[in-house]
Write a protein that binds this ligand. Sequence first.
Ligand SMILES: Nc1ncnc2c1ncn2[C@@H]1O[C@H](COP(=O)(O)OP(=O)(O)O)[C@@H](O)[C@H]1O
Ligand SMILES: [Mg+2]
Length: 289
Amino acid sequence: MSTMLEVSGLNHRYGAGEKAHVAVNDLSFTVETGQLASIVGPSGCGKSTLLRCIAGLVKPTSGRVSLHGDDVSGVPEDLAVVFQDYSRSLFPWLSVAKNVEFPLRWRNLSRSERRTRAQEALESVGLSGVGSKFPWQLSGGMQQRVSIARALASRPALLLMDEPFASVDAQTRFELEDLTRRVQRENGSTVLVVTHDIDESVYLSDRVLVLSKSPATIVADLPVGLPAERNQITTRESAEFVTLRGEVARLLHGGAPEAVTAAADAAEYELAQQDAAADSAEAEARTKS
Ligand SMILES: Nc1ncnc2c1ncn2[C@@H]1O[C@H](COP(=O)(O)OP(=O)(O)O)[C@@H](O)[C@H]1O
Ligand SMILES: [Mg+2]
């Protein structure tokens, strides 16, 4: 497998002097081509900042981001982002089809090619019939599908998604998770999804990167060994899913496993010392009496 994304020693600080805020602290990881990886971390820990650095929307304070070996300095052509807020990311005055075609205007494509690609992308998200409608005529879940279609139409090497399902209802969220997995597998795309939802991070992906509280550092990088075919009910009930979500939850709330083990070891050692002291005091008392 080749490496699609490489993030090394990434730091980002907002502001300067006393008001400076470190949002991302020395992050390094890679994402292999064809992988669906998720990043989970508490709200405000620096997830969006990380994605903005990867997308070339924010210049990191230090560190490097490279996409299939090329350093990212501006927004790369073969990268697409799906944001949480679909209502602000779609143009209300353009039809659904025109919204999906929009980013293709800067590509060297004929008008008919642009149209075909937009149609195909809408079809892959189950919206082939709504191209002539306007975004505001669709439900929230459908609007987010349009955003996904728009991202897919440009056939990105890397698709970034920033809390893409956080603004839709639970049922729609499940549908969109399954849609993302299906589309990723059909296209063999490389996808990096950011979420603050533990269950979603496990259900969606091949791998979960767990981030610490602000400033974001990587606490763990867990492979998800669930079968490729997933089901919202049976997968979430499976022992492997339950174990993994528990592990992620513990990591998010209690720090790294080594730290937990070390703390437990230290506490156990202290108790053993106290026991030994009590034993010897007792022995001493007995010899004296
Ligand atoms: N443009 C900005 N200027 C200053 N601080 C910011 C800016 N954007 C985000 N932050 C701060 O950086 C931290 C991380 O933010 P963000 O990356 O949005 O976190 P997340 O996406 O994990 O919720 C937060 O404390 C936030 O207030
Ligand atoms: Mg965010």
